[in-house]
Design a protein around this ligand. Structure first.
Ligand SMILES: [Fe+2]
Length: 187
């Protein structure tokens, strides 16, 4: 029988497969963003599950970058974790490395915000405050249009995610900044 995982077990699993502080930081940021959106979108009683999805979504990326979103399914099944968690995490590789389509609103939020948090973080770090607290949509929007800025953050993925959610791009950026404000101090 597959088991539910607690947040502290998820952190333990995350830290077993990820040592790079950059990867860990990303996992914690996405986890915080997912928790924010769970509350924001009316899934408050599932907020911890959304957060765990954020913690574990890139579980395999550090050790198996070529098999991203594929290897983590194997790892999680070996840990006897729930298929719902496996689907939720692996579906952020949709149209990239896997053919698992984001279905639940949570999965669409992960898809849309994962790369975007990287881009927003890159804009924030250039500011004197090095913070998202005083960051505005227009600053991000300007950098977003420059394809060379944070080129690793796929605009194609971000825009596909916005379409899945049926949110305007500006709205997605705005809400993701707000989400990142709520979890920045803890990281
Ligand atoms: Fe990610």
């Amino acid at each position: 029988m597959a088991k539910d995982i607690t947040k502290s077990e998820a952190i333990e699993l995350l830290e077993r497969y990820n040592k790079d502080p950059f990867h860990l930081r990303h996992a914690y940021i996405v986890a915080g963003v997912m928790r924010y959106f769970a509350d924001e979108l009316g899934y408050g009683d599932e907020a911890e599950f959304w957060e765990i999805v954020g913690l574990l979504h890139d579980l395999d990326f550090e050790l198996y970058p070529e098999e991203h979103c594929i290897k983590e399914q194997e790892i999680m099944r070996a840990e006897d974790l729930d298929e719902r968690l496996i689907h939720a995490t692996a579906s952020h590789g949709y149209a990239l490395t896997v053919d698992i389509e984001p279905e639940h609103e949570m999965e669409k939020v992960l898809y849309a915000t994962d790369e975007l948090t990287g881009l927003i973080g890159a804009v924030a770090i250039m500011r004197p405050s090095k913070s998202v607290q005083d960051l505005e949509v227009k600053s991000v929007r300007k950098k977003y249009k420059n394809a060379n800025f944070a080129a690793g953050c796929s605009r194609e993925v971000i825009e596909r995610g916005a379409q899945m959610l049926e949110w305007e791009l500006d709205d997605l950026i705005d809400r993701t900044i707000l989400a990142m404000r709520t979890c920045e101090p803890e990281i």
